[in-house]
Design a protein around this ligand. Structure first.
Ligand SMILES: CC(C)(COP(=O)(O)OP(=O)(O)OC[C@H]1O[C@@H](n2cnc3c(N)ncnc32)[C@H](O)[C@@H]1OP(=O)(O)O)[C@@H](O)C(=O)NCCC(=O)NCCS
Length: 212
């Protein structure tokens, strides 16, 4: 299978949102909000379009990775810009064939070239340990409230960057929005049934889990 990873263009915006909705629908909650997140990121100052890519197979978009600016701040108040991706998704019909890995590998190399010291995400460790992500706790990177969520994952692009300091992770405010806005936005897409799936229960545990 030939996977092409290329920059997202203006024309890809709607197809990418449709793909994102397809990939996340009912996965972590009844319905999903990730297509709205992608929509918001595009118009936001923290969007990183140079790192935002799609994956194609046979000329069809099957995967998407969207990046935003984030920051880490240490105990001395030193603030350093980092890169964060999310949503990352692959169309359900194309999952488990290396598309997600190709998107991560491509953008990781580019972020490294651009001089970012690290990529930090909030995600499911199952998907990311294979790519070298480590739990924030092991690198002394926590949330501003002092917690070390299981989902806070850090990929050092400059080895040893975090050593010798305590850090907090600050994601872009673009990820914080009123859930009521999602309903209104989702009405632009074809109606779909919202329902419960066990993956939502697992996600509910994951987002409350912290690393000791
Ligand atoms: C998570 C996600 C982005 C991963 O993308 P993907 O293209 O399925 O990922 P990959 O194919 O690169 O790797 C996934 C698995 O397939 C396996 N795999 C990769 N290529 C393979 C191949 N050719 N044959 C068989 N297995 C393969 C990988 O080893 C990996 O296995 P693991 O899950 O047991 O570790 C995708 O599944 C997705 O969109 N999920 C729904 C949305 C989501 O959860 N996004 C992430 C939020 S944290």
């Amino acid at each position: 299978m030939n996977i092409t990873v290329r920059p997202e263009t203006q024309a890809d915006r709607l197809p990418v949102e449709e793909l994102t909705r397809e990939a996340f629908w009912n996965l972590y909650r009844p319905g999903c909000d990730e297509h709205y997140t992608t929509h918001l990121i595009r118009g936001h100052a923290d969007s990183l379009p140079d790192l935002t890519f799609v994956a194609e197979v046979g000329g069809q978009i099957v995967g998407s990775i969207v990046y935003t600016r984030s920051w880490v701040v240490n105990e001395q108040g030193q603030r350093v810009e980092t890169a964060t991706f999310g949503p990352l998704c692959v169309h359900p019909a194309w999952q488990r064939r290396g598309v997600g890995s190709a998107l991560i590998a491509h953008t990781r190399a580019l972020a490294e070239q651009k001089g970012y010291p690290a990529i930090l995400i909030l995600g499911d460790p199952h998907n990311y340990c294979r790519h070298g992500f480590r739990t924030g706790k092991d690198l002394n990177v926590g949330m501003p409230d002092g917690r070390f969520p299981l989902g806070l994952l850090v990929l050092e692009l400059q080895p040893g960057f975090f050593a010798g300091h305590r850090w907090t992770f600050h994601a872009s405010p673009v990820y914080e929005f009123d859930p009521a806005e999602v309903e209104a936005y989702d009405a632009r897409f074809p109606p779909r049934e919202k329902k419960h799936q066990p993956s939502q229960d697992l996600f509910g545990m994951l987002i409350r889990a912290v690393v000791e």
